[in-house]
Design a binder for this molecule. Sequence first.
Ligand SMILES: Cc1cc2nc3c(=O)[nH]c(=O)nc-3n(C[C@H](O)[C@H](O)[C@H](O)COP(=O)(O)OP(=O)(O)OC[C@H]3O[C@@H](n4cnc5c(N)ncnc54)[C@H](O)[C@@H]3O)c2cc1C
Length: 416
Amino acid sequence: MRYSGFRVIKEALTGHKGWKPVWREPDPKPHYDVIIIGGGGHGLATAHYLSKVYGQRNVAVVEKGWIGGGNVGRNTTIVRSNYMLDGNEPFYEFSLKLWEGLEQDVNYNAMMSQRGIINLFHTDGQRDAYTRRGNAMILNGADAELLDADQVRAEHPYLNFDDARFPIKGGLVQRRAGTARHDAVAWGYARSADLHGVDIIQNCEVTGLRIENGTCLGVETSKGFIGASKVGCAVAGNSGRVMGMAGMRLPIESHVLQAFVSEGLKPVLPSVITFGAGHFYVSQSDKGGLVFGGDIDGYNTYAQRGNLPVVEDVCEGGMALMPMIGRARLLRMWGGVMDMSMDGSPIIDRTPVQGLYFNGGWCYGGFKATPASGYCFAHLLAKDEPHPVATAYRLDRFRTGRMIDEKGAGNQPNLH
Ligand SMILES: Cc1cc2nc3c(=O)[nH]c(=O)nc-3n(C[C@H](O)[C@H](O)[C@H](O)COP(=O)(O)OP(=O)(O)OC[C@H]3O[C@@H](n4cnc5c(N)ncnc54)[C@H](O)[C@@H]3O)c2cc1C
């Protein structure tokens, strides 16, 4: 079934009886060419591109819970490509270009809204750093614009300019950045993958990896053993756990990141805003809620809920940036488990185990990466070589010292 405006009108006039389930609920087959562990954004995007672009149809996505129940349905929905380093910027710009055509590609409304992002700066040194980043973006084919304080005030008059502890000196803007409806992204990719023959197997936890003579033969699951020629792991915050089943210790820590939504307000924020003097970012959802977040909780955990000190810290950041947020009531908050890599950049690579591939280390920036991550992981699984925009995301860079440390912060997850 194709979705269209005509279909919506037809269904509205005929009692909505013609809609079909968005994906099937198949039983696992004994063997697949490729099994992807994890039905989050990255796993489902991988299945979509593997089947649609690389023509592989004997593919399964194995998800321990339900589609969209992980970080893909828990994030603050920001998509952007405002990176600086060579290892990162071409990848994230490729991702943003895929976002721009995503809804047509998967025939699903992901509510992609290119409302822009502004990164505020508060010191002269920060202005220099943002100028350098903007130039690197432009050299890689992305868009970037530097605004001075008056230009920022004209676009965002509600920010605290006059008596701020950290005066706003300007901002780096990317107009093509914005937000997308996070769980619709998962559903869109799932639907498209299913249409191309991929089996999406929910409520099926991978409990072990069957490895013989250095080769991965398939996955042990709560629904029994499923054989595979290749197994790709895309489980975000559970990366350490699942790769531990292959005896691997990753350069990744799991931390919780919280998100917050206020009651619905009339349109007030025209774009995504990040505070440069603290860790705070905010946008407004199409329903009117202010969607915001800040730092990770500073301890290792697999729990999907956070602690009050970070709530206080995030609200302090919001109040310092835009005091009017103090008048809004907080409606909901939740947490997701982040796979924080030691240089803040991801991994898309083969592993020392034949037939076992890994995708992870997305930290708190993996939502924007979803299309490119899926595309590049599919490329790796299909061709056994890295996609040209993902060549830097090697697992062995932590051994060889070729870090992609975007912020120059070193191996401290809370600073990435
Ligand atoms: C609060 C919050 C805010 C964020 N904000 C942003 C943002 O604004 N912009 C941005 O770019 N990124 C953001 N992120 C990060 C982004 O959401 C993640 O990096 C990205 O979603 C991770 O990839 P994923 O979608 O595949 O993960 P997930 O959706 O978590 O998918 C992994 C899946 O693996 C499954 N799984 C785990 N173990 C097993 C197993 N043993 N067997 C089978 N299945 C298993 C899980 O159930 C899960 O569904 C945010 C994250 C959080 C939590």
